[in-house]
Design a protein around this ligand. Structure first.
Ligand code: NDP
Ligand code: 8X3
Length: 246
């Protein structure tokens, strides 16, 4: 298969790249950090194409995708993974730039890439779009306001995509993880290691590999089987607000 993964330079996206490479699939990996993309390409034992762009920049994204040669456009799976949280403030103290980064990346970036790639799936009448949402897209938590809204949008868009793709036999899966220890919290807390560590303190979080295994599971099911939606939390997390720290 040919699999395009956005946000493959770290965390869940990188773990997906590694698991799919282990299965022998051909990969198109994207992200902003070119050095990391290059390193992954050198490490992985399969054909890899790397595309460096910011998902918030439509023209940049379009040019990057337009550079994909015809022979690589038979994309079977699009993993819409690139995303982030920035800040965790009450709405009345929210930082506009944080809000814009989340909405532009998690909602508009996901839309931009889907708009460019989905016509290729439609033309072939096959394919699978896997959207990485969050438990934050199902339940809101205090100070999560805009991040939660952006992930609720991913949840809604997944449902909409599934309807629109229905006549073409294209699967759409929404994956909603809880706490996963990646670079996510360092990004959210703008490099504050203590706050990032506190997020996972005295509990065992999920790993990028845990989520990549689920992505691999849904993608490798027979073509007539679609997992619509899947929520995964660490055993120590009941929902968006309840975490048991033992
Ligand atoms: P990481 O910070 O480890 O990885 C995020 C990835 O997204 C990086 O590869 C980064 O690449 C890419 N990315 C971020 N912004 C942009 C951008 N503007 N343009 C292109 N690529 C971008 O976090 P995770 O692996 O944890 O996050 C992956 C997804 O999982 C996100 O959508 C997140 O919301 C979701 N998620 C995470 C959870 C968690 O607890 N960690 C739980 C639930 C969902 P680069 O910086 O090189 O551009
Ligand atoms: C990431 C999980 O709980 O930090 O989507 O929102 S959480």
């Amino acid at each position: 298969m040919t699999i395009l993964i956005t946000g493959a330079t770290a965390g869940i996206g990188e773990a997906c790249a590694r698991i799919f490479a282990g299965q022998g699939h051909r990969l198109i990996l994207t992200g902003r950090r070119a050095d990391r993309l290059q390193k992954l390409k050198e490490e992985l034992p399969v054909e890899v194409m790397t595309l460096q762009f910011d998902v918030r920049e439509y023209q940049q994204l379009r040019d990057a995708l337009a550079s994909i040669p015809e022979s690589w456009r038979d994309i079977d799976v699009l993993v819409n993974n690139a995303g982030l949280a920035v800040g965790k403030d009450p709405i009345q103290e929210g930082v506009l730039d944080d809000w814009e980064r989340m909405i532009d990346t998690n909602v508009k970036g996901l839309l931009y890439i889907t708009r460019e790639v989905s016509p290729w799936l439609v033309a072939r009448k096959k394919g699978h779009i896997v959207n990485i949402g969050s438990v934050a897209g199902k339940e809101v938590y205090p100070n999560g306001n805009v991040y939660c809204a952006s992930k609720h949008a991913v949840n809604a868009l997944s449902q909409g995509m599934r309807m629109d793709m229905l006549p073409y036999g294209i699967r759409v899966t929404h994956i909603a993880p809880g706490l996963v220890e990646t670079e996510f919290s360092m990004v959210r807390f703008k490099g504050d290691q203590q706050k990032a560590d506190d997020t996972y303190k005295n509990m065992e979080p999920l790993t990028g590999d845990d989520i990549a295994n689920i992505v691999s599971f849904v993608v490798n099911l027979p073509a007539h089987v679609n997992i619509n939606d899947i929520s995964i939390t660490p055993t120590a997390q009941a929902n968006s607000v309840m975490v048991h720290r033992g």
